[in-house]
Design a protein around this ligand. Structure first.
Ligand SMILES: Cc1ncc(COP(=O)(O)O)c(C=O)c1O
Length: 440
């Protein structure tokens, strides 16, 4: 068995964790592979197998594994202390870098995860507007705050009619009041967005918008949709919150800048921590003033035992400094090359696949044409089976392609890595077994 050591660890894990691991997102086929170490673009598992990593801890590791400048800076810091109840210079350094780069961010607060960042962005919008509700895009993932989760995992039997999408609760027992305060918009449906936002306007604090939701298919936002959301929000005094936890990696100035959105708040995370836990809420001074407790009680008190810990701050700053405009240009070129090469392979073999994504992100869909929204992205059973075969094929060829075939590149990758991904994909198309063939 090529994963005997992983199997042993998984057996131990099953004794202490409800499903053997501690993250719902851990991939298993048939069991999770336990990692010994990462090296640049590659992972080595406990059985000694080496994989090109297209997951990069769910897009976090934009420099790949073991990025030495960040590790050296952290090593120098460790003996001086890893967390304090007092502030340090390191939080100011990272904050200044982000304020300089991201047009929507005049001021910022740090937390420890993207989930917290989204949660505090929503709470900040509530504190600012005095309203409870959130409008969000169907299918998008925003972490696990109740109001950010409702509507993320709908299926054809639960998501409701196209005109009235349902805020499907994420788990049994979610208070019904959560759904009352969540309005679902369909991605790229400008008219529907206008209508639904206007109908709930007096209860809405914010519109939570990821400009290119990963679970929604990494599909480009239609400028009319973006304009409809932003204009309607402005008309009713509703705040626009861009969730850039994942998509900040789309450019030097982030995703909202790339797509011409001027949000009131953004939520960030992942790449800004240089491989350590982090989240951040940033926005205009006017809105961020809800966190200001200097004259007594803040409208919104935000703390967190590990918030702004110096390890994440230093690793994040060093890692972000290395992400120069040139580094982003190179990532964009790698991404463009990969998406074009995958598309050319599809054309050569005339299969029903299509590629989406931007910058360092890509996704392979088992579809004839580019989907428009979550409902079109949602895979039919034979498509799910074919995608499972694809990720298995990639793994057997030494490439970790995340489930759903949504992958990301890192600055540690070379042209040879892009060629390797393309070559494996092409061989998959040639050797696709029967169930995947149905997608043709
Ligand atoms: C768009 C988006 N928002 C929020 C989150 C939650 O971030 P975290 O896992 O750090 O809590 C994620 C995580 O993948 C994400 O992709």
């Amino acid at each position: 068995m090529p994963y005997a050591q992983s199997a042993q660890l998984f057996a131990r894990g099953c004794g202490v964790f409800p499903d053997g691991t501690t993250r719902a997102t851990v991939e298993r086929d048939p069991i999770p592979r336990y990692i010994l170490k990462g090296e640049g673009a590659y992972l080595i598992d406990v059985d000694g197998q080496r994989f090109l990593d297209l997951n990069n801890n769910f897009t976090t590791l934009i420099h790949g594994h073991g990025f030495s400048p960040a590790l050296d800076a952290v090593a120098r810091l460790l003996r001086d202390g890893t967390c304090f109840s007092n502030p340090t210079v390191h939080e100011i350094d990272l904050a200044e870098l982000l304020v300089d780069r991201i047009p929507a961010v005049e001021q910022i607060r740090f937390v420890n995860t993207g989930t917290e960042a989204v949660m505090f962005a929503i709470k900040a919008a509530r504190a600012f507007t005095g309203r409870p509700g959130v409008a969000r895009v169907e299918g998008a993932y925003h972490g696990s705050y109740d109001w950010a989760e409702a509507g993320q995992g709908g299926t054809p039997s639960t998501w409701g009619s196209p005109d009235a999408p349902v805020a499907v609760p994420a788990y049994a027992g979610t208070p019904a009041s959560v759904a009352d305060d969540v309005v679902i918009l369909r991605f790229n449906d400008a008219e529907g967005a206008r209508r639904r936002i206007a109908a709930a306007a007096d209860r809405l604090a914010c519109i939570l918008l990821d400009p290119m939701p990963s679970r929604g298919g990494l599909i480009p936002p239609d400028p009319d949709f973006i304009a409809a959301v932003v204009e309607t929000a402005r008309n009713y005094g509703i705040l626009v919150v861009c969730d850039e936890v994942l998509n900040l990696r789309q450019s030097y100035r982030g995703a909202s800048a790339r797509y011409g959105i001027e949000p009131d708040l953004i939520a960030a995370g992942k790449i800004i921590g240089g491989g350590f836990p982090i989240g951040a809420i940033g926005g205009s001074r006017r809105v961020m003033s809800v966190f200001d407790g200097s004259a007594g009680r803040a409208k919104l008190a935000q703390g967190g035992t590990f918030s702004a810990n110096p390890v994440s701050m230093v690793a994040g700053r060093v890692s972000m400094e290395a992400l120069t405009e040139l580094a982003f240009d190179r990532l964009e070129e790698l991404g463009d090359r990969l998406r074009a090469a995958l598309t050319a392979a599809i054309d050569r073999h005339r299969t029903h696949h299509v590629i989406s994504g931007a910058a360092s992100l890509f996704r392979i869909h088992p579809k004839r044409t580019l989907p428009h929204d979550y409902r079109e992205v949602y895979p039919l059973p034979h498509e799910t089976a074919s995608m499972k075969e694809m990720t298995r094929f990639f793994r057997n060829e030494g490439v970790i392609l995340p489930d759903g075939a949504a992958g990301c590149l890192s600055t540690a990758m070379s042209d040879a890595d892009i060629d390797k991904i393309t070559d494996v994909f092409e061989r998959f198309l040639v050797t696709t077994p029967v169930s995947a063939g149905e997608a043709r």
